[in-house]
Design a protein around this ligand. Structure first.
Ligand SMILES: [Zn+2]
Length: 337
């Protein structure tokens, strides 16, 4: 065996690129303790820092086989332009998922009104940047913001990404404020359509999963981050039974490796069911590529080359290579571009 194998690139549907710098330095405590470290890292960001540091991380993503990324961005509009500059220097296909943030977080995350948020999105579109809208979460956006953003996304045909059901506390707060769970609130406010991607859905209950299935929405699962943050894991058997489309994201970027995300997803499913091959190799590749691209509204993104002489593929028959990549390889099998 020799040479290279050309494959479609992987699509990273959910990234907070600035969080890459926290790996190894924000250990201990729970999700909420980690969030404090994340907020101080967010406070440090400037367009200048983003322009240089995002370029390095986007190059890491390309080297790992991700050739498109959805940047779930809540650091401000000038910083979104800097992220787009960084991406175009590397050749990675970028969609800025511009975040609406009404309350909580840091002042720099917030807009004073939903109108200001939509003006920012329009500015990015006019700059020729691929965009989607991203109400951060039901924690950060009240119902009237969700209604307005849902309407705008539908009328403009834009992707809508939103975090939901990552942590039990968020669900308790939503029940207290609205008398329903986060994904139910998204449905009630017009934010759940076939262009919607719900990030995590870790603690979604059966009724919420039914809403995702009936609306045609996608779940973006981020297994290495969800493990790192102690979030929990996706109820894979229940999403599979409902045929809910899944895509993957590197999220906090503690790891940048699409093979590992997909292997973790299947590993979670095996641990939950006691069966192997809960998702087929073809399904897993579909999650890692086409479903992610659809979630970002992307039609085209670059291909990758696999090094067939890589030591981790030694002795693997060519008909087993694509399964072996998911079962037993890391991102270092990708030929550096
Ligand atoms: Zn996220």
């Amino acid at each position: 065996m020799a040479g290279t194998l050309r494959l479609p690139g992987f699509v990273n549907a959910h990234s907070h690129t600035f969080q890459r710098s926290l790996r190894g330095s924000a250990a201990g405590g729970d999700f909420w303790a980690w969030r404090e470290a994340m907020l101080s890292e967010a406070e440090r960001q400037t367009p200048h820092i983003i322009r240089s540091e995002y370029e390095l991380t986007y190059r890491e993503m390309l080297a790992a086989g991700y050739t498109a990324v959805g940047e779930f961005h809540y650091l401000g509009p000038a910083e979104a332009l800097a992220a787009a500059d960084a991406a175009s220097a590397t050749g990675i296909a970028l969609v800025v998922l511009h975040v609406a943030y009404a309350r909580g977080g840091l002042p720099r995350f917030r807009q004073s009104s939903v109108g200001e948020f939509i003006d920012q999105v329009e500015m990015l579109r006019n700059a020729g940047i691929g965009v989607g809208v991203a109400p951060h979460s039901v924690r950060a956006c009240p119902a009237d913001w969700l209604e307005e953003i849902g309407r705008y996304a539908v009328s403009e045909g834009l992707p809508l990404h939103v975090h939901a059901d990552e942590q039990p506390k968020e669900i308790e707060e939503c029940l207290a404020e609205h008398g329903c769970r986060p994904i139910e609130l998204l449905a009630r406010t017009g934010c759940l359509t076939e262009r919607t991607t719900v990030v995590h859905a870790t603690h979604a209950d059966g009724a919420e999963l039914d809403l995702l299935a009936s609306s045609g929405a996608t779940i973006c699962v981020c297994p290495t981050t969800e493990a790192d943050l102690g979030d929990g894991f996706l109820p894979t058997e229940r999403t599979r039974k409902r045929s809910i489309p899944l895509c993957i994201g590197s999220d906090s970027n503690v790891r940048i490796d699409p093979f590992e995300e997909l292997r973790e997803l299947e590993g979670i499913a095996r641990r939950q069911t006691g069966r192997r091959g809960v998702f087929s190799t073809e399904e897993l590749y579909d999650f890692g590529r086409d479903v992610g691209a659809r979630s970002l509204g992307l039609d085209a993104w670059p291909a990758i080359e696999i090094d067939l002489d890589h030591r981790s593929l030694g002795g693997v028959a060519s008909k087993h290579v694509s399964a072996a990549l998911l079962a037993g390889c890391g991102a270092d099998v990708v030929v550096a571009g």
